[in-house]
Design a protein around this ligand. Structure first.
Ligand code: EPU
Length: 418
């Protein structure tokens, strides 16, 4: 296993290129199952989660290769099944359920198990499919779904779910009649998926609003699509500038996907310029403490909560950080404390009292965004920080050491002997 070593205390300066968004690419890859033939995806990041989705699609009979672009041929799917071995390493595997039931009238998908950030059930995905006429049974840890042809209907989510919205939008694209999704997720990744499905011949309106209307069509044909820039990677590097007293430009990016993050960072004193797909951020001389509550898009993303906490650890006062999406997304708190942060948990709120400085220490990554928060804290800390279990980081940040090294960071990977 590898570990990351960081010698902190250097102000980062320069340009960081932003990769394609993991959470946009994964549903696009799953969507390729819905239309037999060769699909081409441009700007797919080279990440562990993408490899897992590729293995899953290949297990079903798809052929794929990633050169400059990602090519995937879904003409010869023989096993509409997602095995536990793959689903347990990546919950987004559940995104194959909707496309498989819609195209093959049956699917077998392992139930995801527990997860470091919360219980994360998939009941809303399953209830939606049942409302569309699918027969769902849970057997031996698997979801067994069957449907002659899914029927359009109205589905109101009682909680906003990103992959739930995506799964049902894909399923409804091939259903008989009109499906209306109420209280749908409005994330940019949902819009990107709707655009791709429409390019394939689907009739989807309203993606990006709480009401999405999908008129089912009998079949779809393969397409080509470019993955949007990763807004969470962008936000993470914005904080890298803010926390190290640095100055970074980041592109390509869609600043309109980051408004809540930009406005909170401005609240901390950072200066941010938005220009034609580029974000420029200059750190403040002192970091002001501000409060944050996570919320579905366009609110402050839960996927930025841990990173923002690292910044607040060095704030000039007290910051209240409230996590409203996942009940257990505070695994980074104990590790940040090892670096000298003063953080107490009160239910779903972290009370972060800013300290003068952080000091490097060995820490353990527990999930993807928690790992990113430790990298950020390590970049700002005095001395050496050692981050173990960085396979979490490799799930979602493409070439992170190279990108940070290029803007002045002292960060490298070593084999972990333990
Ligand atoms: N929920 C249910 N039942 C369901 C579905 C969701 O109770 O059937 C609950 C969840 O337990 C959670 C809330 O609803 O409390 C929202 O979960 P959501 O379904 O929106 O999360 P997700 O679709 O599983 C995606 C991202 C996550 C991101 C969340 C929230 C992908 C592949 N994953 O997960 O990304 O945190 O939306 O924005 O798009 C990450 O990239 O690090 C990551 C975890």
């Amino acid at each position: 296993m590898d570990k990351l070593m960081i010698e902190g205390g250097i102000a980062l300066r320069g340009h960081i290129p932003i990769s394609g968004a993991k959470n946009a690419a994964l549903p696009l890859l799953a969507a390729s199952l819905i239309a037999p033939g060769e699909h081409t995806l441009v700007n797919v990041p080279r990440l562990r989660d993408i490899r897992t989705m590729q293995r899953l699609l290949e297990h079903m009979g798809a052929e794929s290769q990633q050169d400059e672009h990602f090519h995937i041929d879904t003409s010869r799917i023989h096993t509409p099944e997602a095995p536990y071995e793959l689903v347990k390493t990546m919950r987004a595997s559940v995104l194959v359920l909707g496309p498989l039931v819609a195209r093959f009238q049956h699917a077998k998908v392992s139930l995801p198990g527990g997860c470091a950030i919360g219980a994360r059930p998939i009941n809303l995905h399953l209830e939606g499919l049942e409302r569309m006429g699918a027969e769902i049974q849970l057997q031996h840890g698997y979801v067994m779904a069957k449907a002659k042809r899914l029927q359009g209907t109205t589905i109101t989510f009682d909680q906003i779910t990103v992959t739930g919205t995506e799964n049902l939008m894909m399923a409804a694209s091939l259903a008989d009649g009109v499906t209306v999704l109420e209280n749908a997720a409005r994330e940019p990744e949902v819009i990107a998926l709707a655009e791709y499905l429409n390019e394939m011949g689907a009739h989807i309106r309203g993606a990006g609003t709480p009401q999405i209307t999908i008129e089912g069509v009998p079949n779809l044909s393969p397409g080509t699509h470019t993955v949007i820039p990763d807004r969470i990677e962008t936000g993470t590097y914005m904080i890298a500038a803010a926390i190290t007293g640095g100055h970074l430009t980041l592109s390509p990016c869609h600043p309109e996907h980051l408004e809540a993050v930009i406005s909170k960072l401005e609240g901390t004193g950072a200066t941010i310029c938005v220009n034609d797909g580029t974000l420029e951020i200059q750190a403040a001389s002192a970091i002001r403490s501000v409060d944050v509550k996570t919320w579905p898009f366009p609110g402050f993303p839960t996927d930025m909560q841990a990173q923002f906490m690292s910044l607040m650890a060095l704030g000039d006062g007290v910051s209240l950080i409230t996590e409203q999406i996942f009940e257990n997304r505070f695994m980074h708190v104990l590790e940040l404390r090892r670096l000298g942060a003063d953080i107490n948990l009160d239910g779903r709120t972290a009370v972060v009292r800013g300290v003068e400085s952080l000091s490097g220490a060995p820490v353990m990554a527990t999930d993807l965004r928690a790992s990113a928060s430790l990298v950020l804290a390590g970049l700002a800390a005095d001395g050496l920080t050692e981050i173990r279990r960085i396979y979490h980081l490799d799930r979602g940040y493409e070439t992170i050491e190279q990108k940070l090294t290029a803007v002045g960071a002292r960060i490298w990977r070593e084999r972990d002997q333990d």
